[in-house]
Design a protein around this ligand. Structure first.
Ligand SMILES: [Zn+2]
Length: 216
């Protein structure tokens, strides 16, 4: 139940209405040349809550056009934006980790992702794997009871994850394989930290976190 799930009303409207740039609403293109530079070379992200020594990178700042692109992919199921974000992440991986990798997408709440036509980070990771020598594993799940992270404060988001994040042992990458966790936005780093600890606790070698955007 991922990409075949029924799309939400917004996604249907996106298919019917003329395409506009997700960043600036310019008609005729999903992502215009003026907005494109908001995703660029990966930069390191530092947060007190991240595990020490874990490299964390983002390719855009969580504001302006980059923020709108993430939200279009995440909340409106804009599949053309999934490709934009995947291309930015793949370009970063070419620079940072050119060799073969496993990618693990950060999880979305099941009900929310069904509404949006499938977990957006899973869809992005699968697109990245077409552009980079990588395979995708989906061992992270948010269990029932987790709230939709959209609209939650950073503190509430961390609390929401705690106790609701589970690892499916049968879905883990091979134990010694290098893994990069992919996420949409780093805020406090609590979500990336929780995912990394869960994976490492299950014996997975998380080498880095790569996010589409980092907040302020
Ligand atoms: Zn634009």
């Amino acid at each position: 139940m991922t990409s075949n799930a029924a799309p939400g009303l917004d996604a249907v409207l996106d298919l019917l209405l003329p395409r506009r740039c997700a960043g600036c609403s310019r008609p005729g293109t999903p992502w215009c040349p003026d907005c494109a530079p908001c995703f660029a070379a990966p930069f390191p992200v530092h947060r007190p809550g991240l595990p020490p020594g874990l490299p964390v990178f983002a390719v855009g700042a969580y504001r302006g056009a980059a923020r709108k692109a993430v939200l279009a992919a995440k909340e409106r199921g804009r599949r053309d934006l999934l490709a934009v974000l995947a291309a930015a992440l793949a370009a970063a991986l070419h620079r940072l980790f050119p060799g073969p990798l496993w990618l693990v997408p950060a999880p979305s709440r099941a009900a929310a992702s069904r509404r949006r036509g499938g977990p957006h980070m899973t869809a992005i990771a699968e697109r990245v794997a077409r552009l980079h020598p990588a395979r995708v594993a989906h061992p992270l799940r948010l269990t029932r009871g987790a709230r939709d992270s959209v609209g939650l404060s950073a503190a509430d988001r961390a609390e929401n994850l705690r106790g609701h994040l589970t690892v499916l042992p049968g879905a883990l990458p091979p134990p010694r394989a290098p893994v990069v966790l992919l996420d949409d936005v780093i805020t406090t780093g609590a979500a990336a930290a929780a995912c990394t600890r869960a994976l490492r606790g299950a014996g997975t070698r998380v080498r880095a976190v790569l996010a589409c955007t980092a907040a302020g």
